[in-house]
Design a protein around this ligand. Sequence first.
Ligand SMILES: C[S@@+](CC[C@H](N)C(=O)[O-])C[C@H]1O[C@@H](n2cnc3c(N)ncnc32)[C@H](O)[C@@H]1O
Length: 204
Amino acid sequence: MGYLKTICEDAMSIGVNIDLSDCYYGETTGPCSFLKRPTNYYFFLAGLVRIQRLSQILEIGTNCGGSIMAISKGVDEDGIAKSRIVTVDITRKNEDGFSKYPHIKRIQGDSLSNEVVEKAVKSFDGEADLIYIDSLHEYEHTRNNINIYAGKLNPRYLVLDDIRQCDDMRRLWSELKEEFEDNAFDASDVSIRKGAGLGVIGWK
Ligand SMILES: C[S@@+](CC[C@H](N)C(=O)[O-])C[C@H]1O[C@@H](n2cnc3c(N)ncnc32)[C@H](O)[C@@H]1O
């Protein structure tokens, strides 16, 4: 567990100093229907991108774009020009917010459809640095997203949101933990996401 724990702790401590004031969560399905602020794990994601110098990034599950904008903020100024930052969702929200992030490529559609898979995978030169999956929190759906996208893009890191949220996600995470052993780290505490959970896998 050692190396990933250290990376995750460093990611959070660097991430909290990145200005994410315009990266708000937006519409939620929770008790508060609109969140006009970044959530804790945005700082973690931005910090991970910054300290690991990640620039080839795919997100599944955009919602209003807060997380992918935070990820983009983690890419340093030199890295933006060569970065590829891609996000997929069945919906298309927050045109106004995205207008400030013209380098983020949005793909609208079902992430498991052949058409979307092809578009998303073709956006990269064969490999990705980070795949962040935060879509429908069902076992089959998430497993399929992992198998398809990590299988095709062989990322350095796979980050999986909501690993503690429901039985399906807990089951999936325990299988991944068994499979990846020390290359899978439950970063829920580090990223201050103790309830819903957040997992990091050193994929390669
Ligand atoms: C929890 S939200 C994403 C939140 C966002 N990553 C953030 O942290 O700000 C999940 C998103 O997954 C999207 N989604 C659900 N099923 C999908 C599918 N089959 N393909 C693509 N996106 C999907 C939903 O439309 C929703 O916007």
